[in-house]
Write a protein that binds this ligand. Structure first.
Ligand code: ADP
Ligand code: MG
Length: 241
């Protein structure tokens, strides 16, 4: 019997940085399999390699050695334009600093994220407003980021990440700039939207409380994967509710 391939398959994935005479082993031989629609937290102290691993998973970087397969494709063999296309079509990104353009309204920020798709402007606006409605910010569409709270800004970033209908959302310390209540709200929103749309979420965080909300917790230390808690058996995937 053939089984569907994992969404991600990492085999000895490694990313080293050379700084003068020293080699920094940011990600050091990670073996990992992730299924579609998983919600996974990658936890670990600062410097443990979480961001570097997310960059490999998000096709923002290539491994120094080892393999990163996404939907069966070996990302290390793809050219820059193929990686860019993959990022556009398959991945949404969320960052600690929100990364909104301060001179653009919430709506324009979402629209800017969709610009590379070359959608006609009426549909662009419609899709962007729908994405803002989904994160509960339809009424704030014409506000600038500076007129929004941190939690609201991160919700705009979530709308932007989801508007491209990605398969995977990669979030790097998404609650790092938020108070604990707004942080919990952001994670709850992300979780609900991901399960509604069948999206995989991978969250890097040094916050154990946040990681505890994820059904599967991976722990990094010195570039190595040191724990894999709640690993979903392939035959025991989360249901579609
Ligand atoms: N571009 C880079 N050049 C050199 N060293 C890097 C680079 N990116 C990350 N590192 C180093 O790799 C290690 C892991 O970093 P990072 O992935 O950012 O960890 P985390 O996100 O867990 O804080 C750290 O020692 C960091 O200084
Ligand atoms: Mg980091």
């Amino acid at each position: 019997m053939t089984s569907t391939p994992a969404l991600y398959e990492l085999r000895g994935a490694t990313r080293f940085f050379q700084l003068g005479d020293s080699t920094i082993k940011a990600v050091d031989g990670v073996d990992l399999s992730l299924d579609a629609e998983e919600f996974v937290a990658i936890e670990g102290p600062s410097g443990s390699g979480k961001t570097t691993l997310l960059q490999l998973l998000g096709a923002l970087d290539r491994p120094s050695s080892g393999k990163v397969f996404f939907e069966g494709r070996d990302l290390g063999t793809l050219g820059d334009s193929e990686l860019a296309e993959l990022r556009l079509r398959s991945f949404g990104f969320i960052f600690q600093q929100f990364n909104l353009l301060s001179t653009l309204t919430a709506l324009q920020n979402v629209e800017a994220g969709l610009a590379p798709f070359g959608i006609a402007s009426a549909e662009l606006r419609e899709r962007s407003l729908a994405a803002l409605s989904e994160v509960g910010l339809r009424e704030r569409a014409f506000h600038l980021p500076g007129q929004l709270s941190g939690g609201e800004q991160q919700r705009v970033a979530i709308a932007r990440a989801l508007s491209g209908e990605p398969r995977v959302v990669l979030a790097d310390e998404p609650t790092g700039n938020l108070d604990s209540k707004s942080g919990a709200d952001v994670i709850a929103l992300l979780t609900n939207l991901a399960s509604k749309h069948g999206i995989t979420i991978i969250v890097a965080t040094h916050d154990a409380g946040l990681a505890a909300q994820a059904p599967r917790r991976l722990a990094m230390h010195d570039g190595c994967l040191v724990a894999d808690g709640g690993k979903s058996a392939r035959s025991n995937k989360r249901g579609s509710r």
